[in-house]
Ligand binder design. Structure first.
Ligand code: ZN
Length: 202
């Protein structure tokens, strides 16, 4: 399976990083080895001094598809969750400045955290509140209605380039409020007030 991530999909987040509003979805990928499997904690790698959290709604693809039209896109996922796209921002800044690919900063081991899956039918995905707390304080508070590209538009665009397969994940972008994690932090993610994920930082 593969993990496709959307960058720059919330205006306030695009601005906080000093980026341009994209003219089409910005895509990058993480390999399956990026999935966070440590049950106890996320260990900050020793090659970075600045790992940022990015809380994002993640959809799980449940049908094989290519060139999926927007109107049919909702048939391709039945589960979603909240995830964290951990990003080594210092490494990413250097790579961006050199015009090089971002993978080292985005696709490293344990960089894709996934919460408990929820059923699409129980929620309204185009108006979904989600939140990330660090040590009990809200640091990111988003709603999917602020996305520049909707989930069906994202699926349409991704599937023009990449065949979507069962089990693939799509991280749909982060709202504003990204920041650095520090050893000792406790991250908690919520969808519509329901606690979906919990990660300790070491
Ligand atoms: Zn992200």
């Amino acid at each position: 399976m593969k993990i496709i991530c959307i960058g720059r999909n919330y205006v306030a987040h695009v601005k906080e990083l000093g980026n341009e509003i994209p003219k089409e979805p910005v895509l990058f990928m993480k390999p399956d080895s990026a999935i966070f499997r440590q049950r106890d904690a996320f260990y900050i790698p020793d090659w970075t001094n600045e790992v940022h959290y990015e809380a994002e709604i993640v959809i799980k693809i449940n049908r094989l598809g290519k060139n999926i039209e927007e109107k049919f896109a909702p048939k391709y996922y039945s589960q979603f969750t909240l995830g964290i796209d951990f990003t080594a921002r210092d490494i990413q800044k250097n790579l961006k400045a050199l015009g090089l690919p971002w993978e080292k900063s985005k696709a490293f081991d344990q960089s894709a955290v996934l919460g408990e899956y929820l059923n699409v039918n129980d929620y309204s995905l185009d108006n979904l509140n989600f939140e990330l707390k660090i040590n009990g304080r809200v640091v990111q508070s988003g709603n999917t209605k602020s996305m520049i590209y909707t989930i069906p538009q994202i699926i349409n665009h991704c599937s023009e380039f990449f065949t979507l397969k069962i089990g693939d994940l799509i991280f749909t972008g982060t709202p504003e409020g990204v920041g650095k994690v520090n050893a000792g932090d406790e991250l908690e993610g919520f969808i519509e007030g329901k606690k979906i994920l919990h990660v300790k930082i070491r």
